[in-house]
Design a protein around this ligand. Sequence first.
Ligand code: BTN
Length: 252
Amino acid sequence: MRKEDFQSVAANFPDPFRLILRDSVASTNDELQQLAKDGAPHGWVLLADEQTSGRGRRGNSWCAPGRENLTFSILLRPNEAKVLWSRLALASGLALAESLENFGLQAGIKWPNDIWLNGLKVAGILVEAGADFAIVGIGLNVHTTEFPPEIAASATSLALAMGEPPSRPELLATIIRRLAIRLRGIGAEFPKLIQAVNQRCVLSGKRVVLQTAKGPQSGIVRQLGVGGELLLETRGGIMPLIQADEVRIVEP
Ligand code: BTN
């Protein structure tokens, strides 16, 4: 990592965002969680060159090499009531999609917060909440062009999608700027945020199978409802899903 490049873009982060660089950590989410417990303030961004135990959703690992990609976490202490913090996942996904659009890409959001380019996953987000803070962890594939066999058919990177990607510091700065804006949308402005997510929702109109806590559900995705829930049209009517472990598209 050319630390000076990251430090110079970080100097222009919007307030109160501030960058912390690490060579190697187990997981940027875990590292920042520890700092949060020790009192670190809202807006700290921790980026690592290497994660030895990077984590994804559903207990998966995230093993994209940090040096050629972006692996970082953001510490948030939102003013909004904690019951609204589940909305951070959608706000972060939208900010990430908009950041890629800023570089001419057409990004889609696979609910709740995977980012897709050309039908393939380019980024994932892991949001974890503590007692009085939330950590938003982002993994964005930038330069990687070869993936482990288990994800090779479903993963992509900016290099694969656009040839020459923007520099990682430039990408990071763009994401932080968009996040600063979209994070404000988890309160009263949430309907506007949902509208913007719906415009990018790659699942809308698709027949899907979802593994939920109550077992598998299948149906056609309509859109996201006003609370950010996925509205699934099933034989029994419209079913709102607030949490699905895995969404698989079965028909285009
Ligand atoms: C997913 O799609 O399953 C979420 C992946 C989130 C990966 C990022 S990389 C930076 C941060 N630190 C982690 O350990 N995980 C997140």
